[in-house]
Design a protein around this ligand. Sequence first.
Ligand SMILES: Nc1nc2c(c(=O)[nH]1)N[C@H]1C(S)=C(S)[C@@H](COP(=O)(O)OP(=O)(O)OC[C@H]3O[C@@H](n4cnc5c(=O)[nH]c(N)nc54)[C@H](O)[C@@H]3O)O[C@H]1N2
Ligand SMILES: Nc1nc2c(c(=O)[nH]1)N[C@H]1C(S)=C(S)[C@@H](COP(=O)(O)OP(=O)(O)OC[C@H]3O[C@@H](n4cnc5c(=O)[nH]c(N)nc54)[C@H](O)[C@@H]3O)O[C@H]1N2
Ligand SMILES: [Mo]
Length: 726
Amino acid sequence: MLKANQPDGFDCPGCAWGDPEHGSSFEFCENGVKAVAWEATEKRATPAFFEANTVSQLRQLTDYELELNGRLTHPMRYDGASDRYLPVSWEDAFAEIGGILKGLDNPDRAEFYTSGRASNEAAFLYQLFVRIFGTNNFPDCSNMCHEASGIAMRQAVGVGKGTVLLEDFEEADAIFVIGQNPGTNHPRMLGDLRRAAIRGARVVVFNPIRERGLERFSDPQDKIEMMRGGSTDIASHYLQPQLGGDMAAVRGMAKAVLAAEDAAVAAGLPPVLDHAFLSAHCAGFQEYRAAVEATSWAEIEDQSGLRREQIERAAEVYIKAERVICTWAMGVTQHLDSVATIREIANFMFLRGNIGRPGAGLCPVRGHSNVQGDRTVGINEQPPEDFLDALEKHFGFAVPRRHGHNVLAAIGAMLDGSAEAFIGLGGNFARATPDSALVEKALRRLKLTVHIATKPNHSHLMPGEASFILPCLGRTEMDRDAAGGSQLVSVEDSMSMVHGSAGINRPASPHLLSEVAIIAGIAEAAVGSAVVDWAELAGDYDRIRDHIEATIPGFEDYNKRLRKPRGFHLRNAAAHREWQTPAGKASFSSGPLPEETVHQRARKGEGRFALQTFRSHDQYNTTVYGLDDRYRGVYGERQVIFIHPEDLKTMNAGAGERVDVIGEHDDGIERIARDFRFVPYDIPRGSIAGYYPELNVLVPLGSAGKESDTPTSKSIMVSFRRRNAA
Ligand SMILES: Nc1nc2c(c(=O)[nH]1)N[C@H]1C(S)=C(S)[C@@H](COP(=O)(O)OP(=O)(O)OC[C@H]3O[C@@H](n4cnc5c(=O)[nH]c(N)nc54)[C@H](O)[C@@H]3O)O[C@H]1N2
Ligand SMILES: Nc1nc2c(c(=O)[nH]1)N[C@H]1C(S)=C(S)[C@@H](COP(=O)(O)OP(=O)(O)OC[C@H]3O[C@@H](n4cnc5c(=O)[nH]c(N)nc54)[C@H](O)[C@@H]3O)O[C@H]1N2
Ligand SMILES: [Mo]
C-alpha cells in the first residue's frame, strides 16, 4: 500500500542546494542528470566481472575506468588465495562481519566511516548500532569538507548551519560568493544567482580562478535566452585573491566599512554600522575594531593578492546593500586557517546586522545531498552530551562518552595498528583522503574492511584480511517495506529543509538490500537485538523516524510533516537572533591574520607554488563521469595543472609541457604526481590548480586546518620536475 502524500520522487543525489518546489516539480540541472544517470546505468559489475579480474589487475584501472563497470549486483567476499572477490550470501557476510567485530578486544578498534549521501534513516540507525557496539569512531566525509564552517559558526552564532532560506536569495541586494564554483558543483544555485542578478542584486565573487559559470550564465530553462543565444552577467565584481587569502580580503572590506563609518560620523551623515544590532546582539566588537585597525593595508594586500582599491569597491557594494547574503564552500574550508576565515566572514556580516533578517545571512553551501542531515541525526565523533543523554534515556543502554576518531585520527589509528576494522557506509575513503599511498597501506593491514556501495571503487581494492563489498540500493531505486509498500527516506538540504525521497527506478539487481537493511543485518550479528529490534526498524522506516523524533529536537511529528510537499524546516536559532554561544551573543573574533599562507611561503622559494585541488565539470568527487572540463576548456584528459602564463615563462616552460608535480611539505615523505600537462590560465601568479582525486597523493596527512582538522587540499606546497629532463 502506498502511503498518502508521498513525495512524487527522489531527492537529487547531486548536491545539497535547496529545492523550491520539492514534491511538485523536480528541478533538474545538467549535473543532477549526470548523477541520476550514473546510478541508473545499464552496466553491471557482476560476479563474472570479479571472476575475470584479480584485485591487483583492477587496481591498475583509473577511477573513471573502474566505475564504468557499472552497478554492483551481489555481496562479495575477498579471497586472498585467488586475489579475487567471490560471491557470498548476505547471511554469511553478516555473520562473519559480526563475528570479527565481536572478537575485537575493544570497540574503539573499529572505524565507522560515512559519506554524505546516506539518508537520515540509514545514518541514525548506523550511529545507534555503532554506539551500542560501544564507540564514537565516526570518521565522516564532512571532516574533509565543511567541518570548519560548523565549528566557526557555532563559535560565532551558536549554530553550525546556514541561517538563510532559499527565499532569502529573492530578497538580497548583494550576494558575496567566496571560494565556490556553483556552475559545476551547485548548478541550481546559479539559477538563483541569475534571478538575483536580473532583478539588480549585486553578486561579488572571490575566486582565484575565473570560473565561467560565475561570470556569465545562460539558463537552459529560459527559452528566450536560449533562442537569442544570450546569457546573463552573474558577477558584478570578480576578485581573484591568492589561495588562502580570503581572511585578509574580508578584513580589508571590514577596514573599508569602518573607515566609511568614521567618515559618515565626521560628516554628520547617517551611520554605516548597524549600531542597534551591535549593541543589543554582539560581543567583542571593540576588540575586533582594534584588531582591524592594527592590520595594515600592506599586510592585507600582500596576503590577499588583491589591491586596496579592488577591496574597497567590493566593500562599497556591501555598504550600499540593505540585505546581504554571504555563501562559501571548499575554497574557504580546505585551508590551514579556515575556521579563522569563516569567523572573519561572520565578523564582517555582523557590522551591518546582516544575519537573522529577510534577505540576509550566512550560507555555507554543503556538498553531499545529505551531509548536513547525517550530522543532525548523530554522525559525529564529538557528539553533544544532551544528544547522548537522550539516546541513553530513550533506548536504555550505556552510551559511550569518549570522543571518537575523525578522518585523520582514524587514518592515524589504522597506521599505528590501534584500529583493526573499517566499515564504510558509502564513499570512497581511500581516494578521498590525503596521502593516498599511506592510506592504502593502512587499509590493507586491517583485520576487516567492509564497503557498502553502489559501484566498485578503489577503496574496495585495498582489502584487509577479511573484506566485503556489500551492494546497496541507490537513492533513485524503489525500496520496499516488509509489507511490499514503498519506503520513504529523508534528507536535509543546506537550508535545513527536511524532505522525503522515494525511489522510482527498478533496483539494479534483485540481490541488493537497502542501506538500512544492511546496517540492520550487521547490527543484529554484532550486537544482537536486546536493545533494538533491527528487523522491525528495517521493515518500516516510520519506526526509525519515531526514534529520531524521540531523541533529536526539531523532529516533532516527523512522519506527518515529512509527507507534506516541501517537507519541513528545522528551526535555526541564529536565524531568529537567539545566540547559543558562551557569551549569549553573536560573537566577534579578533585574532590577527594568518602569519603566512602557503602561497606567501611558496613565493619565497625558487620554483615553488601553492596548489589547490578542485573538481572538474565532469565528476562527482572521486567518481569521474568523463574526461572533459567544458567550462575550463579541457577535453579528454585530467592530468593537467592550471597556471599563469607568466609563471610558465619564468620556468622556461611551454603550454603542453609535461611535468611531475613534487610535494614540498617538509616532513621527509616523498610525494610525486606523475605526468601532468600545463594549461595556461587566468589565475594569480604563484597559485596553481589541478584535479582531485588524482592529486591526492600530494596532500599531506600532516597538514590539517587549525581546529577543523580538515586536510588542507586547497593549499599544498609543490614544485615541478620536467618529464623530459635527463
Ligand atoms: N557536479 C558535482 N557537484 C558536486 C560535487 C562534485 O564533485 N560534482 N561535489 C559535492 C561536494 S561533496 C562538495 S563539498 C561541493 C564542492 O563545491 P565547491 O566548493 O565549489 O568545489 P571545488 O571544485 O573544490 O571548488 C572550489 C572553488 O573554490 C575556489 N578556491 C580554491 N581555493 C580558494 C581560495 O583560497 N579562496 C577563494 N576565494 N577561492 C578558492 C576554486 O577556484 C573553485 O572555484 O560540491 C558538491 N556538488
Ligand atoms: N584533494 C582533495 N580531496 C578531497 C576534496 C578536495 O576538494 N580535494 N574534497 C573532500 C570532500 S568535500 C568530500 S565530501 C570527500 C568525499 O568523500 P566520499 O564521500 O568518501 O567520496 P565520494 O566520491 O563522494 O564517494 C563515491 C562512492 O560512493 C558510493 N556511492 C554512491 N552513491 C551511493 C549510495 O547511494 N549509497 C552508498 N552506500 N554508496 C554510494 C559509490 O560506490 C562511489 O564510488 O572528499 C574530500 N577529499
Ligand atoms: Mo564535500
